[in-house]
Design a protein around this ligand. Structure first.
Ligand code: PEP
Ligand code: MN
Length: 275
């Protein structure tokens, strides 16, 4: 059940994540690589984003790939590395669940379970994640309406899991100049329909590094509760999503600029330090 502490501050309810708050008056940057590729790659990313102002670390150990022949993630080894990165930086871990059978291992490591766009309407997965009670980050499906996203969120809420974060990550349109079309209107509309925090993923929406900063600034200006952004020590060598990941050495400047816009609309930048 939500406590009075959860009912905040500003324009919505904050979700409590390992002593951190996402939503309400806070603006949270979740950053890290698309996929966990190696110990060195993950720890370098984790240190860079922790030092640069991220409040949480992302990284996929299980990757939902369009082709079954593409890299599917390091699996349990990836989870072990995420645990190590958390021990080094103190940042809570956001990582994707694609199969309920992986939940026992994921629950050892994940502070937030990400449900990817391709699984937004995987109702068996939603029900299991709802049951397990861990905070969930639910991404909008590639072709899902906001009603469908909210109904998918209900599957989590109906199991008693009230720690749900919604994520706009771009939808498919006729435009081909970028990977997806970031639907920024989803932010105020979702916020008018629910008290759940709403964040934006500019990386997967754009598919292009150069669009990540402007779309993050726009998301912050439109009232998002945070962003989830891909960062890699050597983006050109990334096993997946090479074109959209920000280099680690640009992250601090990126975070400072996004936090500045968030502050303009009354949000307090969340830090990696436990509140
Ligand atoms: C991801 O964030 O790693 C991802 C696969 O994103 P999406 O589900 O939005 O495509
Ligand atoms: Mn990715």
């Amino acid at each position: 059940m939500a406590t009075q502490d959860d009912i905040d501050e500003g324009d919505g309810r904050a979700v409590e994540i390992a002593g951190h708050r996402l939503g309400g008056a806070h603006f949270t940057i979740i950053a890290g690589p698309c996929a966990v590729e190696s110990r060195e790659q993950l720890l370098q990313s984790a240190r860079a984003v922790a030092a640069g102002g991220a409040a949480m670390l992302r990284g996929g150990a299980y990757k939902p790939r369009t082709s079954p022949y593409s890299f599917q993630g390091l699996g349990q080894e990836g989870l072990r590395l995420l645990a190590e990165a958390r021990a080094h930086t103190g940042l809570p871990i956001v990582t994707e669940v694609i199969d309920p059978r992986d939940l026992p291992e994921l629950l050892e490591v994940a502070d937030v379970l990400q449900i990817g766009a391709r699984n937004m309407q995987n109702y068996a997965l939603l029900t299991e994640v709802g049951r397990c009670g861990r905070p969930a980050l639910l991404k909008r499906g590639l072709g899902a309406t906001l009603d469908e996203l909210l109904m998918a969120a209900e599957y989590l809420l109906a199991q008693g899991n009230e720690s749900v974060i919604l994520c706009e990550r771009g939808i498919r349109t006729f435009e081909t100049a970028y990977r997806f079309t970031l639907d920024l209107m989803a932010i105020p509309v979702l916020k008018s329909r629910t008290h759940l925090p709403v964040i934006v993923d500019p990386s997967h929406a754009a598919g292009r590094r150069d669009l990540v900063l402007p779309m993050s600034l726009a998301a912050a200006a439109a009232g998002a509760d945070g962003v989830i952004v891909e960062v890699h020590p050597r983006p050109a060598e990334a096993i997946c999503d090479a074109a959209q990941q920000l280099p680690c050495d640009e992250f601090a400047d990126y975070a400072e600029r996004v936090h500045a816009v968030a502050a303009q609309v009354g949000k307090i930048p969340a830090t990696g330090v436990t509140a």
